[in-house]
Design a protein around this ligand. Structure first.
Ligand SMILES: [Zn+2]
Length: 1009
């Protein structure tokens, strides 16, 4: 540094940059791979890629012998998102460990056992060593936080390559020792603000359902000094003697390779924002291996060793052990669920393992198990029970509760069943399944407790539900001899004739005995329409039929076996309450800073999903459905701050809240439009399978027996026909003609078509135009969750854009006040103010040429599009680059670039404002995109000599054909599975740019609502 004599003459930023570069350069000498290589001074945080491939050797591994395996699971918080400019450096370090394991796992390798033990230890704690949060670092406003972080990571990486394991480990232990107790209860306001922050973080990672769960059902965790002991109780000790394990065969190489391939697949599509494992590592840390060529393939090789027994047992134990934050069961303040999150490494391995045996597991658990590998299994199970009860109303129903099924199932029993039922799985189970786990629980004070687990499987491990259900399969078989049994994981239901009640119920406990599980007498009940002898089973009788998976069954009424008992009001109320709670909570969070855009998107997602199960299970009455939809409207009006009166003024076109984006709606799901379709389609899907299991010739024969089901379906089909679906009037015929999936969405779209047609004839011309010009491919994308910074809209931008879309007032006008357009010409053009009358719908403002706002909107669209093209095509994209000839003849295409076939493509953009008076003739009003087509034609003629793609869209969002052509062209080189996502992203960004420009334009003209 001193060698540079004229350092002082540099400007301060230049000098600092040089100083940083110098300090970096000094440390950069040394052996290959010895130093990290990000260019921290680069404002874009690009990494300095090593020119030559580095061969990295790990040094001083013998020091790791001092580190105890039991300490691997004791880490506190880790940095989830690795800073961008450190990705390669850290991935390289992690990859070096993986490569070293691969090298040493060969049978001939010297010191195989000793070296593998050391390397796996390193593998299990490397994320913690490199990425644990330093308690000393505090984020500073001027980037001190980032600076400290950079210095820390650089230092750790140098230690890593120098083999200073002891120092790395001591640093980590200091953090663990210092972990502070969780802060005590804060004010509700502060708590809400924190929730909003978390949700924004989740949404920025695309974890929508997790963000939604924060609002609708926030997880509550058990607290208190007795939690560790209560948790330990959920993991019962092993029986005194476990018979020695049967010897197993060698694992065939092709079986191993199949597993590796499945794990590799999972590594390509890791879930986002999942909790950390006991060793602190997140899935995000595993995805670092993607930075290295072949990195995930090597990682998959190594992870497979955990299953095949090639990894040391201590490694399996450490990685399989989890972090336990026991959540409380919903609606209970005492019952805890023993959820444990094993390490990310273990979970991804088991996800691959589960995928590999998915088909075989389905066969092994039997047709009576609906809870494994069967999408829609919950509804199917209910349907089957309902049909059987309708066919024979004298049957008794028992709901059997097994206490802690996962945790208490006997290991040798599961092994036995796996050997019998899934022999191919056995070699890939036998070598890890008996390794005990040692889970970690961190209490409120920050103290760590160990929870020992020897039997059963862990809730939270991806392999568990399949294994537990394989274990329970013989119980189903034994009970199935006396009646009909069905189960959804640990919920078991028995249907039996009255004469068989005593025998069947007495059979339950003995059937469970070999599995190690116990019958929970407190929660098991039996219901019977007639006499009921429970024998010595101890199972209580209940006067009302027990709920099946939280919902009452549809069954014949006592008076008339052809009329089904209607949906229980309690269930509807429960969901209505949930909606109300959700919508109120959203308002609280909005007050705490949640954006209108996020709130609206979340509401749309949650409100369309919460009642689907109810709709599939029950034929909802019109009153119930209307109540649901009314709540949705009230909720979304509150989010957008629109008066109910104002919405009423829309008249028939207020139904647009409930029609899809592509038809010019707002995409909310209406229960009224979907309830019958969901009900009928889910039944039609299941009937054939049920008939087969009941050994009936056809679904017709089944419906003839179950009259009340048939009548319910008849009613639903008739209703579907009145609202636009064209189904045969008899259920049997409808069933034959409507085979195929996606029935519900097909019928829903028929319903929508009819609504749109009604609107066209009943609404005002302006409303009709507004609906048409808001629809079509990509037109609603801007209402989706924002993913990129340019897609975020301020509350005002989002509200005003929604108002424009729904044809509500956009300008605020006091009573009898006259609004004047405030658009002002530029100074060089005289600075005249427009002063024309401003209508509250914004028509004048959108068309007013004064002040250049329309041009600005055009330019924002153009720049956004240019950016989208530039990020997707190889060639340079020119904006407003004109040859002299073009200038001479007044033709200035906006953008030009060279496409993949070396053709020069020109683009000219226009945002048009269609309204009733802009469209020639009444016929054009009922034709979507009429004005867009005219504008496209004009452009094509004007630029007839160029290969021009006209990009025309309406200010409400409809895109012309030219835009669709262009999107396909520029996304041509994107991977096939990513292409439609990439195209959607284009529509999304472009739509947001136009909407934001609309709002800027309106705001300049007059006060916004
Ligand atoms: Zn004006």
């Amino acid at each position: 540094m001193a060698a540079i004599s004229n350092l002082d003459v540099l400007s301060l930023p230049g000098r600092q940059r040089l100083e940083r570069a110098m300090s970096h350069a000094v440390s950069a000498f040394g052996a290959a791979g010895d130093v990290p290589h990000p260019d921290i001074a680069d404002p874009r945080h690009a990494e300095v890629q090593p020119i030559a491939a580095t061969s990295n050797n790990l040094k001083h591994l013998e020091l790791l012998d001092q580190l105890e395996w039991s300490h691997v699971s004791l880490c506190a918080g880790l940095i989830r998102d690795v800073p961008k400019h450190w990705l390669s450096s850290i991935a390289e370090a992690k990859h070096a460990v993986v490569i070293a394991i691969i090298k040493h796992r060969m049978p001939m390798a010297t010191d195989r056992t000793v070296m593998l033990d050391r390397l796996w230890k390193l593998f299990a704690c490397i994320d913690a060593l490199l990425l644990h949060k330093d308690p000393r670092s505090r984020g500073g406003k001027r980037g001190q936080g980032a600076h400290t972080l950079n210095a820390t990571i650089a230092e750790r990486l140098r230690c890593f390559w120098a083999g200073a394991w002891t120092q790395l480990w001591l640093d980590l232990e200091c953090t663990v020792g210092r972990s502070s107790p969780r802060p005590l209860a804060r004010s509700q306001e502060a708590e809400d603000k924190r929730t909003v922050k978390t949700m924004q973080h989740l949404l920025s990672h695309n974890a929508v359902s997790k963000a939604a769960a924060r609002v609708s059902e926030p997880m509550r965790f058990a607290r208190g000094a007795d939690v560790p002991s209560r948790l330990q109780e959920m993991f019962p000790p092993a029986p005194a003697v476990i018979a020695p394990q049967a010897p197993h065969d060698d694992i065939p190489e092709e079986l191993r390779q199949e597993l590796v391939a499945h794990i590799h697949n999972e590594l390509q599509s890791l879930p986002t924002m999942c909790g950390a494992g006991a060793n602190g590592s997140f899935y995000e840390h595993l995805s670092l291996h993607k930075q290295i060529h072949d990195g995930t393939a090597c990682l998959a090789e190594v992870l497979a060793d955990l299953v095949t027994g090639d990894a040391p047992e201590s490694a399996v134990k450490a990685l399989r052990s989890g972090r336990a934050h026991p959540p409380l069961k919903p609606g209970s303040d005492v019952d805890i669920r023993p959820l444990v999150a094993s390490s990310a490494q273990w979970r991804v391995t088991m996800r691959g393992w589960r995928k590999m045996f998915q088909e075989e597991t389905l066969t092994a658990v039997g047709v009576t198990q609906f809870g494994v590998a069967r999408p829609g299994g919950a509804v199917s199970m209910r349907h089957e029970l309902e049909v059987r009860i309708a066919s024979d109303p004298t049957l008794a129903l028992a709901a059997i509760d097994i206490s802690n099924m996962y945790g208490s199932m006997d290991i040798p029993h599961i092994e036995q069943e796996v050997q019998n039922r899934v022999p191919r799985m056995w070699p890939l189970l036998s070598r890890w399944f008996r390794v005990p786990r040692c889970h970690v629980h961190r209490d409120q004070e920050g103290a760590l407790h160990q929870i020992h687990a020897q039997v059963g499987v862990d809730q939270g491990c991806p392999a568990s539900s399949g294994l537990a259900c394989i274990g329970i399969a013989p119980v189903h078989e034994a009970l199935g001899e006396h009646g009909f049994v069905s189960g959804y994981q640990d919920d078991t239901y028995l249907l039996m004739k009255q004469a068989a009640i005593k025998q069947t119920l007495e059979e339950v406990a003995p059937a469970l005995a070999p599995t190690g599980c116990k019958l929970n007498l407190r929660k098991s009940v039996v219901w019977s329409p007639g006499a009921c002898d429970v024998g010595v089973s101890g199972i209580a009788r209940t006067p009302t039929m027990p709920h099946v998976l939280k919902q009452p069954l549809m069954r014949p009424t006592d008076q008339d076996i052809s009329t089904p008992v209607a949906v229980s009001p309690a269930c509807v109320d429960a969901i209505i309450n949930k909606r109300e709670t959700f919508l109120n909570r959203i308002q609280d969070l909005k007050a705490a800073g949640l954006s209108t855009q996020h709130a609206f998107c979340l509401a749309r997602t949650v409100l369309s999903g919460d009642s689907v199960y109810l709709q599939q299970c029950h034929l909802l009455g019109a009153a119930h459905a209307a109540k649901f939809d009314q709540l949705s409207v009230e909720g979304l009006l509150a989010i957008l701050e629109i008066d109910a009166d104002e919405n009423d003024s829309l008249g028939s076109s207020s139904v647009r809240w409930f029609i899809p984006w592509s038809s010019g709606g707002s995409g909310f799901n209406a229960v009224q439009h979907g309830a019958h379709a969901n009900f009928v389609s889910s039944w039609f899907k299941d009937l054939a399978g049920i008939a087969e299991r009941m050994e009936l010739a056809s679904p017709d024969a089944l419906l003839a027996q179950a009259l009340c089901i048939k009548n319910a379906l008849q009613e639903a089909v008739a209703h579907l026909n009145t609202i636009g679906a064209s189904l045969p009037s008899s259920v049997e015929q409808a069933l034959v003609e409507s085979s195929g999936s996606k029935l519900a969405s097909k019928w829903r779209s028929e319903v929508v078509t009819r609504i749109v047609r009604n609107l066209e004839s009943g609404a005002t011309n302006d409303q009709v135009v507004c609906m048409h010009e808001s629809g079509g491919r990509g037109a609603g994308s801007w209402m989706n969750f924002p993913k990129k910074p340019c897609q975020h809209m301020s509350n005002q931008e989002f509200r005003a854009s929604m108002r424009l879309r729904m044809h509500l007032n956009v300008h605020r006008k006091e009573h009898a006040e006259r609004l004047h357009c405030k658009h002002r010409a530029s100074a060089e053009r005289g600075g005249r103010i427009c002063d024309d009358n401003l209508d509250v719908k914004g028509h004048h403002a959108l068309l007013c040429k004064l002040g250049g706002h329309v041009v600005r909107r055009h330019n924002r669209g153009r720049d956004c599009l240019a950016e989208l093209i530039a990020s997707r095509v190889q060639s340079t994209v020119h904006v407003e680059q004109h040859t002299p000839e073009m200038v001479a003849d007044q033709r200035h295409p906006d953008i030009d670039f060279v496409d993949h076939q070396q053709r020069h493509v020109y683009i000219d953009i226009e945002v048009c404002t269609p309204h009733a008076r802009a469209l020639p003739g009444v016929g054009a009003l009922h034709k979507s995109g009429a004005l867009i087509e005219i504008a496209e034609g004009v452009k094509r003629r004007k630029y007839a000599h160029l290969t021009l793609i006209p990009v025309v869209c309406s200010h409400l969002g409809r895109f012309g054909k030219g835009v669709q052509t262009l999107m396909r062209l520029i996304c041509r080189d994107v991977d096939e599975d990513q292409r439609s996502i990439s195209i959607d992203e284009c529509y999304h960004s472009l739509g947001c740019a136009i909407q934001k420009a609309n709002v800027a334009l309106l705001e300049a003209a007059g006060p916004l609502l």
